[in-house]
Design a protein. Structure first.
Lengths: 174, 124
């Protein structure tokens, strides 16, 4: 029996492409930045919202057992939703310190926001143009990053913190 | 006086040339970056908040003297490979990079084989 090499090659290619497409369909297409978990945060310097001469950097985070870096803005509706969980975290656990990064916001609006809803942050930094957020792999707010005292990212929450994520954070810092 | 004028014109010409080169490089980088919050748009095409911020960061990095590849590496370290349209060459996408060349060579061989076969048939 004569074997037709061309037909075998074409058939192999068809099978190969079908396999690649099938694998592609199985892949999860929703994008997130969870790949950052386990990596260290970049060095950064954020000025205080009230005082341009005061800064916070990654070195200061090493003093905390755990730090939650929360990106928020007064114009962000989901930030209001998650705020009660941040307040609860700051009250319930002494192991965690929360830093607020005020993202592309007006100072007065941010201060009013915190006066109205309460201030869970031990430091509020400002990121007026959003450039600092890129260092943390942020692409929208609210987003929160939980880091340990070695600056390793333990958890990254995209979107507002909800009850289950709140409980998970408490479990992680136990 | 004339020499000064000539120098000034040269200076102006080269400054404009440099500015246009920088603009082209910026645009090339923007076009290769995916807007993660948009539907099928690059950073160059998008006016979203995220795209505007990435543009500022890219401009800063270029001014700091970072090369195009260094900028891609930086952004990939923050957002993963998904942020660039043209993936970097690594073991995970080895096939993606080599398969077109492989198909080109194999296709060429098949065509060569078919032509040679038909020539032989005609000669016989």
């Amino acid at each position: 029996m004569k074997i037709n090499i061309s037909k075998i090659i074409i058939f192999s290619f068809v099978i190969f492409f079908l396999f690649v497409f099938w694998q592609g369909l199985k892949k999860n297409n929703s994008y997130d930045t969870k790949n950052l978990i386990g990596s260290k945060i970049s060095s950064f310097q954020l000025p205080d919202i009230n005082n341009n001469e005061q800064y916070i950097s990654e070195e200061k985070l090493k003093k905390n057992k755990y730090t939650l870096i929360n990106f928020f803005a007064s114009w962000c509706a989901p930030c209001r939703v998650e705020h009660k969980y941040l307040l609860s975290l700051s009250r319930k656990s002494k192991k965690i310190k929360i830093i607020g990064v005020n993202f592309k916001d007006k100072k007065n609006n941010a201060i009013s926001f915190l006066e109205e809803l309460g201030n869970p942050y031990y430091f509020v930094g400002k990121d007026l143009d959003g450039k600092a957020s890129i260092l943390f792999g942020i692409y929208g707010i609210p987003e929160s990053i939980l880091v340990d005292n070695e600056l390793t990212i333990i958890k990254k929450i995209v979107g507002p913190i909800d009850q289950s994520q709140y409980e998970e954070i408490l479990k992680l810092i136990k | 006086m004339k020499i000064k004028k000539i120098f000034f014109i040269f200076y102006l010409f080269f400054s404009l040339l440099q500015a246009s080169e920088n603009k082209t490089e910026l645009l090339e980088i923007y076009k290769n970056l995916r807007c993660l919050v948009c539907q099928g748009q690059s950073i160059a095409d998008s006016n979203s908040d995220f795209a505007a911020t990435v543009k500022l960061v890219v401009q800063d990095l270029l001014q700091e003297g970072k090369t195009k590849d260094e900028i891609y590496v930086f952004l990939i370290s923050k957002y993963g490979e998904w942020i660039v349209y043209r993936p970097t060459f690594n073991k995970n996408n080895l096939l993606l990079w080599t398969l077109p060349y492989f198909i080109f060579i194999v296709g060429g061989l098949i065509i060569f084989y078919i032509i040679r076969k038909s020539k032989n048939n005609r000669a016989n």
